[in-house]
Design a protein around this ligand. Structure first.
Ligand SMILES: N[C@@H](CCC(=O)N[C@@H](CS)C(=O)NCC(=O)O)C(=O)O
Length: 282
C-alpha cells in the first residue's frame, strides 16, 4: 500500500480525505467528514495586493484552478452572477489544489477557508449565497434575480437554504469519485461507488423537480432567479461525468428547465464551464 504522505500535496479537503481513505482501503468518501490532516501550506502566489479601481469587487474563487481542478460550484455561481449583471469585479483564483484557501492572507478574508469570498473595499464576505444577495442589493440588479416581493424572495431563500444539504452532495460526489480520485491516486475508479452516487444524484434532482420546479418555468416563478443559478451550477457537475450522462433521462422537466436557464446565461455559462467539462472528458 502506498504511504498516505505521498498524496498530501494539497487539494480540496474532501478530495484529500477520499484519497486517504482509498489508500487506507477504507470505505470511500463521507461528504462533510473532514478528518484529513491539514496540508502543508505552500506559498500563496496570487493574492498580491493589486491596484484596482475603487468600485471593483475582489472575487476570490476557484473556477479555473491552475492545475486543472475547477471544482467549485458556488464560485461559478457567483462569477456568473457578476458577469451577467456586469458587476465590476476582479477574479483571483484561489487554488484549492495548492491549499491557498488555508493561507493566512485568505483566511483573513474568509475565516471558514472556503471559496468563494469577496473583498469590497474594506468589507469582506464569505458564503456564496450571502455574497450574491449582497451584490444584488448593492448593484440594484434586475428584480427577478432576488425579488423584493417577500413571498417570492422567501421561496428563493428556501431553495438556497435547502441546497446545502439537498443537492451539494450530489453535485460533488459523482465527480470526485469518477474523475478526481482516479486522477489523484492513479487507481481505477470504483464503479460501484460511482453508481451509488449517481443514484443519489438522481434522487436529489428528483427533489428539485418535486419540491421547487413543480411545473413552473424556473424554480421560483416565471423568471430566472439566483435559485436557478445556484442549482444549475451544481447539476452541471454530475451531468458532465461519463456515468452521469443519463441522469435526466427520466426527468425531462429538469432537462427542459436546464435548457431555459442555460439560454438565459449563455454565452457566459458555456465559457465558464469549459474547464470543468474538459477535465471530465479527459
Ligand atoms: N457554504 C459555502 C461552501 C463553499 C464550499 O464548499 N467551497 C469549497 C469549494 S466548492 C471549498 O472551498 N472547499 C475547501 C475545502 O474543503 O477545504 C458557500 O456556499 O460558499
Amino acid at each position: 500500500m502506498q504511504a498516505p504522505t505521498e498524496v498530501i500535496g494539497g487539494f480540496y479537503t474532501q478530495l484529500d480525505q477520499a484519497v486517504m481513505k482509498i489508500l487506507k482501503n477504507e470505505q470511500l468518501l463521507i461528504f462533510g467528514d473532514f478528518n484529513a490532516p491539514l496540508l502543508p501550506l505552500q506559498s500563496l502566489d496570487n493574492t498580491r495586493e493589486l491596484q484596482l479601481p475603487d468600485n471593483t469587487v475582489e472575487l476570490n474563487c476557484s473556477t479555473k484552478a491552475k492545475d486543472g481542478f475547477p471544482l467549485s460550484q458556488p464560485s461559478r455561481a457567483v462569477v456568473l452572477f457578476c458577469k451577467y449583471n456586469k458587476i465590476p469585479y476582479h477574479e483571483k483564483v484561489i487554488d484549492l489544489a495548492k491549499g491557498e484557501h488555508r493561507m493566512p492572507e485568505y483566511t483573513a478574508i474568509q475565516p471558514a477557508q472556503s471559496v468563494p469570498a469577496i473583498k469590497d473595499g474594506d468589507f469582506t464576505l464569505g458564503e456564496s449565497t450571502a455574497i450574491v444577495r449582497y451584490l444584488a442589493a448593492k448593484y440594484n440588479v434586475a428584480d427577478h434575480w432576488y425579488p423584493k416581493n417577500i413571498e417570492t424572495r422567501a421561496e428563493i431563500d428556501a431553495y438556497l437554504a435547502w441546497q446545502h444539504t439537498g443537492i451539494r452532495k450530489a453535485g460533488i460526489n459523482v465527480m470526485v469519485n469518477e474523475i478526481f480520485v482516479p486522477k489523484r491516486t492513479g487507481k481505477p475508479k470504483d464503479q460501484e461507488a460511482v453508481d451509488k452516487f449517481v443514484k443519489e444524484a438522481e434522487e436529489s434532482i428528483g427533489k428539485i423537480n418535486r419540491l421547487f420546479l413543480k411545473g413552473k418555468r424556473f424554480l421560483c416563478g416565471d423568471e430566472i432567479s439566483v435559485a436557478d443559478l445556484f442549482a444549475i451550477c451544481e447539476l452541471v457537475q454530475p451531468l458532465a461525468c461519463p456515468s452521469g450522462k443519463g441522469l435526466l433521462k427520466n426527468q425531462p422537466e429538469i432537462a427542459d428547465w436546464m435548457k431555459r436557464v442555460e439560454d438565459k446565461l449563455n454565452p457566459d455559462y458555456d465559457e465558464l464551464n469549459k474547464p470543468l467539462k474538459a477535465v471530465c472528458q479527459q
